[in-house]
Design a protein around this ligand. Structure first.
Ligand SMILES: [Zn+2]
Length: 388
């Protein structure tokens, strides 16, 4: 089965060889999908015939968003905490434990239903690839089942037993690191592609983070790091040193941190939903981009510090508050996310790519920032299948 999407007013390919600028923009474009892949990209006037045709009627088409950082296996609700914080109290990492208690108390079916609902919510907003972390179980059994449930929905699963120290180990953080790098890792590794750690005051210090990441790497998991979110710290440089795919947050960076990212192979993943939802200063995307750092945008969707599943929202905030141009923000939300997951099959619309496509109810991708908060999804294809 082949599908031709023609009369695309503006196509974002993210392939500079196919069009203008870093987004590889093509005007009056068409795309042919065969099976689950993109088979052809070019001008609408040159498009080959296909079994079926969709008339885009001048609207914009782009790669589905790649949301490379989310925490979606959980139960419970933290409305009250958010409400309190917006009424003047500061965020502390300890709030995670509220969700841990609710998650442990939930059935597998309940956790799976929550995850399914959030992924559907994301799809409706144009997100076609999602990374999902564990981290609200904090016991061997609860971390393993979180990852098993996540693995039923996405190949991008991340073991985050080292989210915070588990409640049973409040007086023995070293004992918890031993658990995370030992028995818990053993149980979780079969369901995970990545290993992550929250390297932060109140969570895990540089030495503990290194122990968690290197143990995961020895088990075949690839590293990524929650780094430099709430304060300056060793997370970013550790991520670069270990060749992590991504250092996530990057809100408090020294010049040395920025230089390490620019020289290394690690993507800086910015999560503006977290700063928005905690009323905190945003990361300086302009500084990173000007230094040559590769940047991704992601939702960090979680019940405590960033309960948005919306990549368009993150794009709009990144443009308004973080010094990104609309082109840079859209690139970061698609190709950047793919890079942060070391994926070459998503985040682009070029022959051979997975047919993950977002058709906007707008003539340009710029509308994602120009029309904040407006639902702009006209259609979504995931693996060549129309989902929205
Ligand atoms: Zn996170």
């Amino acid at each position: 089965m082949s599908l031709l999407i023609n009369n695309v007013g503006s196509l974002v390919t993210n392939d500079p060889a196919l069009g203008d600028g870093p987004l590889g923009l093509v005007a009056d474009a068409a795309v042919v999908i065969e099976g689950d892949s993109v088979a052809w990209v070019g001008r609408s006037a040159d498009a080959p015939a296909a079994d079926e045709t969709v008339d885009a009627a001048g609207r914009a088409l782009l790669p589905g968003f790649v949301d490379s950082h989310s925490h979606l296996v959980f139960a419970g609700d933290r409305t009250a905490e958010f409400n309190a914080r917006m009424s003047g109290r500061a965020y502390s990492a300890g709030g995670i434990r509220t969700t841990v208690a609710a998650t442990r108390a939930a059935s597998d079916a309940e956790l799976n239903a929550n995850l399914t609902r959030f992924l559907a919510e994301m799809l409706r907003q144009g997100t076609t690839t999602v990374e999902v972390k564990s981290g609200y179980g904090l016991s061997t059994a609860d971390e393993a089942r979180s990852l098993r449930i996540a693995a039923g929905h996405t190949e991008e699963t991340t073991y985050l037993g080292a989210h915070v120290v588990g409640p049973e180990f409040a007086e023995d953080p070293a004992g918890y690191v031993e658990l995370v790098t030992g028995e818990m890792l053993e149980a979780c590794a079969p369901f995970a592609r990545w290993v992550d750690v929250f390297c932060e005051r109140g969570a895990f210090d540089g030495d503990q983070a290194r122990a968690v990441l290197t143990a995961g790497m020895a088990k075949g998991l690839a590293p990524r790091v929650h780094a430099n979110q709430l304060s300056f710290g060793p997370g970013v440089q550790l991520a670069v040193e270990l060749g992590a795919a991504s250092a996530d947050h990057c809100t408090h960076l020294t010049d040395q941190d920025v230089a390490a990212l620019a020289d290394g192979d690690t993507v800086a993943t910015l999560l503006p939903g977290a700063e928005f939802s905690t009323r905190a200063p945003y990361p300086d995307a302009r500084r990173l981009l000007d230094a040559g750092v590769r940047v991704a945008l992601s939702t960090d969707c979680n019940p405590g510090s960033s309960f948005t599943s919306s990549m368009p929202f993150c794009v709009a905030v990144a443009v308004r508050e973080m010094g990104m141009t609309p082109d840079e923000a859209v690139h970061a939300a698609t190709a950047g996310g793919a890079l942060a997951l070391r994926r070459t099959d998503v985040g682009r619309v070029s022959p051979g790519a997975r047919a993950d496509l977002l058709l906007l109810d707008a003539p340009s991708h710029v509308h994602l920032a120009y029309r904040p908060g407006v639902p702009l999804t006209a259609a979504v294809w995931q693996g060549g299948v129309r989902k929205v």
